[in-house]
Design a protein around this ligand. Structure first.
Ligand code: PMP
Length: 304
């Protein structure tokens, strides 16, 4: 994996190789931490971070769920994202802010809280062919954690063990990615992506109550779909709705918009990226590169 030169750690830029934490940190042992994933894109106004405010607000909400007090004001964490991209001289990159409980008293309220922001070039999260050909998916035998176990509405480090179990199972079985169902059997989401199906030009995505993270890309796609004249519904659906969809796709900051071309060995639609995914991908590409004026406020130039 490509790296970068500096990481922002507790308000200081430190060289990438020195960006270490104590091995006894709570965050490492108990998964006590919340994080975000953002992307910076080249635009006519210079490199700009997509929906920076929305991601930082979600970080704040995740911290609230886990009663992790943010060690810096949200404005400073947002500025840290801009600063770390500038310091690394990157025009396009992935950005990872994390707030974690460090080493200290076993009572999490008394342990120190730290923040860090890293960034690095990261083009093809689901592999180089995912955008061209789509990905194959296995419905996982692992269920999505429920709101009374580990609330999936927050983005916390420890809860990704659930995603890892499902992803490893899918990879081991020869698939590219997984989809987790909630306890009632409804489709929740991928390991780090939201899911949409397309039926008769209507887009359907599971509600947060089915265990879906309120994804920023999901919300963006809903806005783009409306602009393109597609109806969008938030409704629960089951695995056979994926088998029988005209098209299906994942959304996420890292993966952007990726077609799901097969589920459990069955082709979805024609088994290749379809026209709706194509239209949304092209609109998303225009949007993140600042070519849709009405939505330009979603881009935060790093040199603003
Ligand atoms: N679900 C999960 C579990 C995720 O980790 C992510 C990535 N943050 C998403 C969905 C997509 O969210 P977003 O579009 O905000 O990146």
């Amino acid at each position: 994996m490509e790296t970068a030169k500096f990481v922002w750690m507790d308000a200081h830029l430190v060289p990438w190789d020195d960006a270490n934490i104590h091995v006894m940190s709570h965050g490492l042992h108990y998964g006590a931490g919340v994080f975000e994933g953002l992307r910076c894109y080249e635009t006519a106004r210079g490199p700009a971070i997509f929906r920076l405010g929305d991601h930082i607000r979600r970080l704040e909400r995740s911290a609230k769920v886990y009663t992790v007090g943010l060690p810096f004001p949200v404005e400073q964490l947002a500025e840290a994202c801009r600063e770390v991209v500038r310091a690394n001289g990157l025009n396009e990159c992935y950005i990872r802010p994390i707030v974690y409980v460090g080493f200290g008293d076993p009572n999490p309220f008394l342990a120190p809280i730290h923040a860090a922001v890293g960034c690095w070039p990261w083009d093809d999260y689901l592999g180089p062919e995912a955008y061209e050909n789509g990905v194959t998916v296995k419905i996982s035998s692992f269920r999505k954690v429920g709101p009374n176990v580990i609330p999936p509405a927050a983005k916390a480090t420890g809860q990704y063990l659930n995603s890892i179990l499902a992803k490893v199972e899918a990879l081991t079985c020869g698939y590219d990615e997984c989809i987790l169902l909630d306890d009632a059997g409804y489709v929740a989401e991928g390991s780090s992506e939201n899911v949409f199906i397309v039926r008769d030009r209507i887009l359907v995505t599971p509600p947060a109550s089915a265990g879906a993270l309120p994804g920023v890309t999901r919300d963006t796609v809903m806005a783009l779909a409306a602009r393109l004249g597609y109806e969008v519904r938030e409704e629960v659906f089951v695995r056979s709705d994926l088998y029988l969809a005209d098209e299906a796709f994942f959304t996420g900051t890292a993966s952007e918009i990726v077609s799901i071309c097969g589920v459990d060995g069955r082709p979805v639609g024609a088994g290749e990226p379809g026209p709706v995914v194509g239209a949304l991908r092209s609109a998303y590409c225009d949007l993140v590169h600042g070519r849709i004026d009405e939505l330009a406020h979603w881009l935060d130039p790093i040199d603003a």
